[in-house]
Design a protein around this ligand. Structure first.
Ligand SMILES: [Fe+2]
Length: 247
């Protein structure tokens, strides 16, 4: 499933969906400058993204991940090989292969618009959200009627509470929320709707949130042991042979 539309400030916006991991990948294109950015690309989707970008006459300038994913392999590295785009993540990312490491408050410029970087740890310690004037890409920090689990990859429910209640929920209520996943086909929400209807956000303290998250007892993602090490290499599934050592 993909959706696309133009926005009022000449931005092309498209939402791709990976059915295996239920991941949403977002393409943002600056119409006048024909520059584009992908957020949370999935390895299996890179041919589709690249074809679409080429057909529409855009040039991919950035492929960015919101965090080190545990349930799918990132397409960032493969896209860099295919298009010479730059890869980007937050500065806490352990992936040394990433070209641009962003700190909170910095921005990623794509033609005439930019994504402002908000550090939103808790799901992982390298989780970031990308904020625009009318929307936010929350990765797994804030999902639709849910929030990212906090029980691995240095997750911390107290940090998650802080990211949610002291950062993301302070955005204007009309801000559209675009998460990295949805498992029920929902494509977008708003900050105001999630404040009212998200069951994880109906808590009164960080302690209550931590107790709620501790009660979940979720199984590990199926691909976790493959995806996390691969994503620390920008999606390369096996380390390149070292000719000195292996030859
Ligand atoms: Fe995640």
């Amino acid at each position: 499933m993909t959706r696309s539309r133009s926005t009022s400030f000449h931005m092309i916006f498209r939402q791709f969906f990976d059915p295996l991991s239920c991941t949403y990948t977002y393409l943002l294109g600056d119409e006048p400058g024909r520059e584009a950015c992908l957020i949370d690309p999935v390895l299996e989707g890179v041919d589709e993204y690249a074809r679409w970008i080429h057909e529409q006459g855009f040039r991919l300038v950035y492929a960015a991940d919101t965090h080190t994913h545990a349930d799918h392999i990132t397409g960032m590295g493969r896209l860099r090989e295919m298009t010479a785009c730059r890869t980007a993540m937050g500065e806490k990312s352990p992936a040394e292969c990433v070209d641009v490491k962003l700190a909170e408050g910095e921005s990623l410029s794509i033609g005439s618009f930019f994504l402002k970087v908000l550090y939103t740890p808790g799901h992982t310690d390298d989780s970031y959200s990308f904020v625009m004037a009318d929307r936010v890409f929350t990765g797994d920090a804030l999902l639709i009627r849910g929030t990212g689990r906090t029980d691995f990859q240095n997750g911390d429910p107290y940090q998650a509470y802080d990211s949610l209640f002291h950062k993301l929920l302070h955005l204007p209520e009309s801000t559209a929320v675009y998460p990295a996943h949805d498992y029920q086909g929902r494509t977008r929400s708003t900050i105001g709707t999630e404040k009212r209807l998200n069951p994880r956000l109906q808590v009164r303290s960080a302690e209550e949130y931590a107790a709620l998250m501790a009660s979940l007892r979720l199984p590990d993602p199926r691909l976790m042991d493959i995806a996390v090490p691969a994503n620390r290499r920008c999606g390369q599934t096996a380390p390149k042979a070292d000719p000195e050592r292996d030859g």
